[in-house]
Design a protein around this ligand. Structure first.
Ligand code: AMP
Ligand code: MG
Length: 403
């Protein structure tokens, strides 16, 4: 049995980023950059006024009211391209270029335009440099503003637009096929008969995979039948980068997933992880290169093992620089007595208390099949193996579940 950390490392080592593709800026949200983004111009591209007011020389406003001659007007998109001389002011708008010779802008509220608009009184001295954003002070042409591997969020879209990236290189989205196995399963729109249950894993896995960026295909449910499993996995391999199965990886008489992978010539990297819930997790690669995650059937084990392992592969394939769940610490809201044998990932709900401390409330749940109890979980508490009872108020390690 290997540790969780080892298993995650193996997934990273065995997964390659897919090729890049170019997407239009409008569909770039949530994708991972496959190129560094370089500023093609200074920002701002000229000394820019931050206020509506008057561009002046600060020295002309030392004694107030200072009466100055209005030499012209600089508006956004239509600047005044002469040199401002002593005892002159230029009426200026937010976003407009500051004329040569001016060194500050006094906001309009602290001025009074005199009759006919030929003169203005500056009512308070303005400090040198006031309300001017100097050319290149935000970014200089040629500087790297975003790096390959970063996720494109809404503010990154604005940056890309500013520097003329009408399209951008991003990692291709992995195609993930999802296969729920088990002869007890019926489809969601069916009434379970005797000894049957509705399949939920097909939907939870595909939803988590979509959250991680994958394009997904849900395969028809497979019974515990070697020939049928083999045919479905072999067929899916041709069309997918990753196959994620659920169920059939334990030591039961009808647990056939591993047998089938072996018969298809897969290289199995691990098949048991020192983890609770989720011990019998399988990670393998088929001869054509398709990766396979064989997750245990229990719905909570599915959530834990998907997010610990399969999500890492989906993000690595997209070129993401961060693939693991966001880790942190929180204070336990009540004492717990974890099982000692394996590293445990306990469902918890996070909140913030009045001292701005993060609190993890361990959820009451009935084990790895209690996915109704799991619904409220926003994080997992990580308990090292061999840990005894933990008191309320203890600082514990957590990972945030994606949502
Ligand atoms: P297994 O890993 O195949 O031994 O399954 C473990 C438990 O998870 C059993 O109680 C199964 O009935 C249940 N289970 C397996 N697959 C699913 C599924 N797709 N949806 C809901 N429960 C499942
Ligand atoms: Mg089963």
């Amino acid at each position: 049995m290997i540790t969780v950390a080892n298993a995650i490392q193996i997934v990273k080592d065995q997964t390659r980023a897919l090729e890049f593709e170019k997407v239009g800026l409008a569909s770039a949200l949530g994708r991972y950059l496959a190129e560094d983004i370089i500023a093609d111009s200074d920002l701002p591209p000229f000394d820019r006024s931050q206020m509506d007011g008057y561009a002046v020389r600060a020295a002309d406003t030392l004694t107030v009211p200072a009466k100055l001659k209005i030499a012209g007007e600089s508006a956004a998109g239509r600047g005044w391209h002469n040199e401002l001389k002593r005892h002159e002011a230029v009426r200026i708008m937010t976003g407009a270029p500051v004329p040569v010779g001016a060194d500050s802008v006094q906001q309009v509220e602290l001025t009074r335009e005199l009759d006919g608009g030929s003169e203005v009184e500056i009512l308070e001295p303005v400090t040198f440099g006031r309300s001017i954003v100097k050319r290149g002070s935000e970014i200089k042409a040629g500087q790297t503003v975003l790096r390959a591997g970063e996720r494109i969020n809404a503010s990154a879209v604005a940056v890309l637009a500013s520097f003329g990236y009408a399209s951008v290189k991003v990692g291709r989205l992995p195609r993930v096929a999802i296969l729920a196995t088990g002869s007890e399963l019926v489809k969601v729109d069916q009434q379970p008969g005797e000894d049957q249950i509705r399949d939920s894993n097909n939907f939870s896995i595909s939803t988590y995979a979509v959250l991680a960026g994958a394009t997904i295909e849900r395969l028809p449910l497979a019974g515990d039948d070697i020939a049928q499993l083999k045919q479905q996995i072999a067929g899916a391999a041709e069309l997918s980068d990753i196959i994620i199965t659920s169920g059939g990886v334990s030591v039961g008489r009808y647990d056939f997933t591993k047998t089938v992978l072996q018969e298809l010539g897969a290289e199995i990297f691990f098949e048991r992880v020192a983890l609770r819930p989720g011990k019998p997790t399988v990670f393998a690669r088929l001869p054509n290169g398709t990766l396979v995650f064989g997750l245990p059937g229990n719905p909570v084990s599915v959530s834990v093992t998907f997010n610990l392992f399969a999500r890492v592969a989906i993000l690595t394939m997209q070129g993401s620089e961060e693939m693991e769940m966001k880790a942190g610490t929180a204070l336990l809201s009540k004492s717990i007595k974890p099982a000692k044998d394996r590293e445990s990932y306990l469902p918890a709900r996070l909140s913030t208390n009045e001292n701005a401390e993060l609190i993890a409330e361990p959820l009451k749940w009935g084990g790895s099949s209690d996915f109704v109890g799991f619904v409220r979980a926003t994080a997992l508490i990580i308990i090292p193996p061999g840990t005894g009872a933990i008191e309320a108020g203890t600082k514990v390690r957590i990972v945030h579940l994606p949502d």
